[in-house]
Design a binder for this molecule. Structure first.
Ligand SMILES: Nc1ncnc2c1ncn2[C@@H]1O[C@H](COP(=O)(O)OP(=O)(O)OP(=O)(O)O)[C@@H](O)[C@H]1O
Length: 941
């Protein structure tokens, strides 16, 4: 349970002690306590009831001293004491169940509590005073009207006798009476139209008088006043005396709950049903206006009790939905201040001036005024407590903590029929079928009228207070003059604009609102000085009851979408529509968001695919470049190996010649192998030159590099084994490359498939075809490489077998050859000279030594070469058969157009190029570059 807000005023009332915590919720019925101290509602104005009050000296109990016990008209004592009529608890945290008809049986009887003078004690000197019968009938009507509203607990005059007096009388002696305590519902009175109007007019205004208890024995000896609470009679026996009848007369012992129940409860509930309602407390300073309106922590007043009831009503009305907003202003020295505005207080800057405006729908209203939407009684009470704290108070002769301003709490109630969730209409529009009812409950604590004070500030304040109250009195006096004129004409004649207070009260005074006026008086021993003021208050109350005519009707249902200020103020509708609009926005935004996300996702996928594709392309390109370089490297190695072999033999391959020729004579062939690096070409040339035999010795020799190469590979002892291992290494490398390429090809195919399945549309078709072309190209490349491998395998086999033959021959030579001294070569002659002399001899001539070691070696090598040639022939034959080559009539071969195209598209296919180069006549058509690797280059054909 929350702690009550601290009082904003210093303690001023009789009871002593710190403000109590809120008690636990209690049921009103079960309340046995006789004092207000049992109440638990936190009042907003937490005035400590125990504060000393200068003018009031006697304890509350003393107030009853001069008043005899009240009995009912039948002579029976009031069955229930005031204690029993007290409501026990008003809890903020869990507000109590609303009272149901008959739930508080003690209430009616409590009207006649102890201390009230019986009706019989009213002096009869005033002949014009209404008879008891008149009171009785009025009261009977009151009772029935209250019952109609479902709450008949306030007054029970059924047992009173006599004939009614519908008109209020004002005798020469000043005897007044007022009509019933009720509120008419114009809409509900259709059944008795003839009486409706009078009921409506008379029943919508309640005037009550509350007698403040005297303190410290003050007024104990005063017998000039007679209080008959049961009959609502207050009689004065002094000069200018008279009898005053009101709708409610609360004796000094009536508590705040009782006052609320009788004077305000029905009005509050009517406000919840759609009527405007105004409750205001009027009276001399220190007579208990604030006490009645705000109450104390233990005895909450009209405002906190109304708040409790408002929320009870909401809870009881599940078929409607409500929205509450509250504002709180004060009129101080004829200026309006917003008590809820944050800028209130000495430290803050001046507040924006608040003005009063008039609107056909809203009536007169203050603007700009802060309104707070509240959702719970606690919240509402806190808001009001905040306003109380900001309200101006000061010490006066009669009140240590006197309100120096008129304070107005306005609670705007919006309500609308609730549509059960899930109905078609609700789902479609989210709006209820009916409009929104807007009604306002104004709870006003007026500043007290007072005599001129000594203090200048107090005097100024008092002047403003008195002026506004005087204007109010004047208007109420003159209301009777305009009773029958239409409200517009009536308003024109009345000086509402003479004060802010009357201007603000204009709608209520001119009949648009239910009105309850609570006048507070004090009948003390200082009556000599105060009786005049008290009489003024009583007269004001009587005039108000007689003159104020209320035609209050249930507020029209407004629609938020209707535009205009009135429409725009219907927050409930506006919020509902806003909720709808926001829901719509949310939905569309969600849709847009989803679409965007989808698009983004698509774009992301596309981007990823694109990146993957580019990555693959790059990888392929790299692989291709690497492959080319590797091929060049291998070609270089193989050529060098072959060169070595050729140089050892001193022969030149026709193919080598051919390739050399094609290198030199046909520059076009170079262009064909544009992808082959220049270094590769450079190597080819020296190889060709190195491969010259005796017939081509007239050809220019290579440069120094060539000689180096010669030197490097001129060693005739370079073993075939080395060539084989080199070739094997190459083979392994190529296998690895092929594997890599195949792997990448697979990846590329997969990603291409995934892209296709992702539905990449027309934009991607170009890429796809490109990709497919590349894939085809790679496939072809792989095929070519396979072919090359095949070639190399065969070459390897040939070389191996050649090496084997040579080794065998070497072995046989070594076993058969005599000692070096037996050879015909002079010992001084170097092997080179020997070779040269052999070469200088006629080529066709038979060797002089028939079976010399050189000859045997040559024979062996020739055999090897023959074998290699045979293998190559087989390869060519294979190519011819597979359609890569076409055999001419004279044994020449040329590249098949199909194969050439492939070769051109991939000019670095050495195997095929090699075969083509060696088989085709050089000048006839542009050939692929001479093969960097070919066994025939080092062999005689
Ligand atoms: N019915 C009551 N029972 C007990 N104490 C009361 C009652 N009425 C007023 N008092 C006490 O009298 C003192 C003055 O009351 P209050 O401030 O309500 O007077 P007021 O009419 O609002 O005066 P002002 O016009 O100067 O603000 C307070 O201490 C309050 O507690």
């Amino acid at each position: 349970m929350s702690t009550l807000p601290q009082p904003s005023r210093p303690a001023a009332g009789p009871p002593i002690g710190a403000l109590p915590q809120l008690p636990a919720p209690k049921s009103r019925k079960s309340m046995p306590a006789s004092s207000d101290s049992s109440r638990a509602v936190s009042p907003h104005k937490l005035r400590t009831p125990s504060s000393p009050r200068p003018a009031l000296k006697s304890p509350l109990s003393n107030s009853t001293t001069n008043i005899s016990s009240t009995r009912s008209a039948s002579g029976a004592r009031v069955p229930s004491s005031p204690e029993k009529s007290l409501r026990r608890t008003i809890s903020i945290a869990a507000f109590p169940q609303p009272p149901r008809p008959g739930s508080r049986p003690g209430t009616a009887s409590s009207m006649n509590g102890p201390g009230l003078q019986s009706s019989g004690s009213v002096k009869s000197k005033r002949g014009s005073r209404p008879s008891m019968g008149a009171i009785s009938q009025r009261s009977s009507k009151t009772h029935s009207l209250l019952s109609a509203g479902g709450d008949a607990k306030s007054i029970s005059h059924a047992d009173l006798e006599g004939s009614p007096s519908q008109s209020r009388s004002s005798s020469a002696e000043g005897s007044y009476s007022t009509s019933a305590t009720t509120f008419e519902d114009g809409d509900d009175s259709a059944g008795s139209k003839s009486n409706a109007k009078s009921k409506e007019i008379k029943g919508n205004v309640i005037v009550s008088v509350r007698v403040r208890p005297n303190v410290n024995g003050e007024g104990s000896a005063n017998s000039e006043w007679v209080v008959d609470a049961r009959r609502g009679l207050l009689a004065y026996n002094g000069k200018e005396g008279g009898d005053y009848y009101y709708d409610n007369l609360f004796s000094a012992h009536e508590n705040n709950a009782r006052v609320y129940d009788s004077a305000a409860k029905r009005l509050v509930r009517r406000v919840m049903e759609g009527y405007h309602g105004t409750v205001f407390a009027y009276g001399m300073t220190g007579t208990g206006k604030t006490f009645s309106m705000q109450g104390t922590a233990t005895s909450p007043g009209v405002i906190p009790l109304a708040i409790t009831d408002i929320f009870s009503f909401i809870r009881e009305t599940p078929h409607r939905e409500f929205l509450l907003r509250v504002s709180y202003l004060e009129i101080y020295n004829e200026k309006i201040h917003d008590l809820l505005s944050a800028s209130i207080g000495p430290t803050n800057g001046p507040q924006e001036e608040i003005k009063l405006r008039e609107d056909s729908k809203r009536g007169v209203y203050a603007t700009p005024l802060k309104e707070e939407i509240v959702q719970s009684p606690t919240q509402l009470l806190r808001v009001i407590a905040r306003g109380d704290h900001a309200r101006r108070t000061g010490s006066t002769q009669f009140n240590a903590r006197s309100s120096r301003s008129h304070a107005v709490v306005q609670i705007v109630v919006e309500s609308r029929e609730r549509v059960p969730t899930g109905t078609t209409q609700d789902r479609r529009s989210g709006l209820a079928p009916g409009g929104v009812r807007v009604s306002t409950l104004s709870l006003i604590d007026l500043a007290g009228s007072e005599r001129a004070a000594d203090d200048k500030e107090r005097r100024t304040e008092g002047a403003h207070i008195n002026k506004s109250l005087l204007t109010l009195g004047n208007i109420i006096s003159r209301l009777s003059e305009t009773k029958d004129s239409p409200s517009e004409t009536k308003d024109k004649h009345l000086p509402y604009r003479d004060s802010k207070l009357t201007r603000l009260l204009q709608p209520a005074l001119s009949g648009n609102s239910l009105v309850s006026i609570l006048c507070t008086v004090q009948l003390g021993s200082s009556v000599n000085s105060n009786s005049g003021e008290t009489l003024n208050t009583l007269k004001f109350a009587a005039r108000a009851k007689n003159n104020i005519v209320s035609h209050a009707k249930r507020a029209d249902e407004a629609f938020g979408g209707g535009g205009g200020d009135a429409g725009s103020r219907v927050l409930l509708e506006r919020y509902r529509m806003e909720i709808q609009a926001l829901r719509g926005q949310l939905e569309s935004q969600t849709k847009v968001q989803a679409e965007k996300e989808m698009k983004l996702e698509e774009q992301k996928l596309e981007q990823e695919a694109h990146e993957r594709h580019e990555e693959q392309m790059l990888e392929m390109q790299l692989a291709r470049t690497a492959l080319k370089e590797r091929i060049e490297h291998l070609n270089r190695l193989i050529l060098c190996s072959k060169s070595t072999g050729v140089n050892t033999q001193g022969t030149i391959s026709a193919l080598g010649r051919l390739s050399r020729m094609s290198s030199i004579l046909d520059p076009g062939s170079r262009s064909l192998r544009s992808s082959v690096s220049q270094s590769t070409l450079n190597i080819h040339r020296p190889v060709s030159f190195l491969s010259v035999n005796s017939q081509d010795m007239n050809l220019p020799l290579g440069n120094e590099d060539d000689e180096d190469m010669m030197g490097e590979f001129a060693d005739g002892k370079a073993s075939a084994q080395r060539q084989i291992s080199a070739l094997q290494a190459d083979l392994n490398d190529k296998n690895r490359y092929i594997a890599t390429l195949e792997r990448r090809l697979l990846q590329a195919r997969r990603s291409s498939h995934s892209r296709m399945s992702m539905g990449i549309k027309s934009g991607g078709s170009h890429d796809n075809s490109e990709l497919m072309a590349q894939l085809r190209e790679k496939d072809m490349e792989i095929n070519e490489l396979r072919l090359q491998l095949d070639d190399k395998d065969r070459m390897l086999t040939a070389l191996r077998s050649a090496a084997r033959h040579r080794d065998l021959a070497q072995l046989s030579i070594e076993t058969q050859t005599p000692s070096p001294t037996q050879t015909s070569v002079p010992p001084t002659q170097t092997p080179a000279q020997t070779q040269q002399s052999a070469g200088n001899a006629s080529p066709g001539a038979a060797p002089k030594v028939s079976a010399g070691p050189a000859e045997i070696e040559t024979t062996v090598k020739r055999r090897s070469m023959d074998e290699v040639s045979r293998i190559l022939d087989e390869m060519i034959q294979d190519r011819v058969e597979s359609g890569h080559l076409i055999k001419g009539s004279r044994g020449s071969v040329r590249v098949a157009p199909e194969s050439r195209r492939t070769s051109e598209s991939n000019p670095t296919v050495p195997g095929l190029s090699a075969v083509t180069a060696c088989a085709s006549p050089p000048p006839s058509h542009p050939l692929p570059p001479p093969p960097p690797v070919h066994p025939r280059q080092s062999l005689d054909v």
